[in-house]
Design a protein around this ligand. Structure first.
Ligand SMILES: [Fe+2]
Length: 302
């Protein structure tokens, strides 16, 4: 049975602001998504993570048969869940290998930092649960508050599964990515401890039915993440980039020329390295614009 809990009141400042029913929330949504994109851009190995987590979350909420408002809210929460990583040092965020205790403590601050950024924001209440609680666990061993199963908001229970699945199936500098099946087994092994049992089972079914395949390893619909010859899968090609355009690895800044056909996307390395101006991060405003257009109306009626 699926239990739907209201967002829990945590030991955190409540979000007091909101939007009026007639207010156009699209500019607010757009600015939040651009901000999240720029935070993600600080870690060259996480390209597309926020988009994938948002899309896995959307599929899972849709499979649960929840309302359009809940689909839109939790999809947005999936995109914004790591906003607080803005407060984590690059040295820790990009450190290859294991983190020491002090570094772990620093990274474990990101849910509260993310929530703090949005205190007073008119849309803050929509995403507070996903941001603040996505590292909580049903067994109470998560952070920042060690909430137990009965107090875990639905947004956090969903985003937690999708976030962990994407981490497992994405390559890092120090490890290969897991296969879809191995990652699903990883979720199954940790049901009721790390992951919500009901939602985890439904997510595993989605994975085994092939429904996750257009998201896994992609950075947008129909656009797989691209390989840098030296760094591996780091390069995000946006939907508005055209054949002949120069693209740069966010890690080593190696340049490649985009070759795009209707069926395929490929990169041809040039052997050159980009300077500061061409390698600066740019949010994909087309992807974000579509996200805003599809979610604004549903969020406004919530
Ligand atoms: Fe996180």
């Amino acid at each position: 049975m699926i239990t739907l809990l209201p967002s829990t009141r945590s030991r955190f400042e409540p979000f007091e602001a909101g939007v009026s029913p007639k207010q156009d929330i699209r500019p607010l949504l757009q600015s939040l998504l651009v901000m999240a994109w720029m935070v993600e851009a600080r870690d060259p190995y996480t390209g597309g993570h926020l988009w994938r987590v948002s899309q896995y979350s959307r599929l899972l909420v849709e499979a649960l048969g929840l309302s359009k408002y809940e689909v839109a809210r939790i999809t947005l929460g999936g995109f914004l869940h790591d906003l607080g990583k803005i407060g984590v040092s690059d040295l820790i965020l990009n450190k290859p290998g294991r983190l020491n205790d002090e570094e772990c403590q620093a990274i474990q601050c990101h849910p509260e930092t993310g929530a703090r950024i949005l205190v007073g924001h008119p849309l803050g209440s929509l995403v507070k649960s996903a941001i603040l609680h996505h590292h909580e666990r049903p067994d109470g061993a998560g952070y920042p508050f060690g909430l137990d199963e009965g107090n875990l908001p639905i947004d956090a229970r969903i985003v937690s599964i999708c976030d962990a699945f994407d981490a497992m199936t994405s390559a890092r500098p120090y490890r290969r990515n897991m296969s879809l099946e191995d990652a699903l087994k990883g979720i199954k092994l940790n049901l009721h401890t790390q992951f919500d049992g009901n939602f985890g089972h439904i997510f595993i079914d989605l994975g085994r039915s092939g429904r996750l395949n257009t998201i896994l390893g992609h950075t947008d619909q129909g656009i797989p993440i691209q390989n840098c010859l030296t760094c591996g899968p780091t390069i995000v090609v946006t939907r508005n980039q055209k054949s002949g355009e120069s693209i740069y690895c966010p890690n080593c800044h190696a340049e490649a020329v985009l070759e795009k056909t209707k069926k395929e996307i490929a990169l041809r390395p040039t052997g050159r390295v980009g300077s500061a101006k061409p390698i600066q991060p740019k949010a994909d405003l087309d992807l974000i614009g579509e996200f805003v257009a599809t979610s604004a109306a549903a969020l406004a009626v919530g």
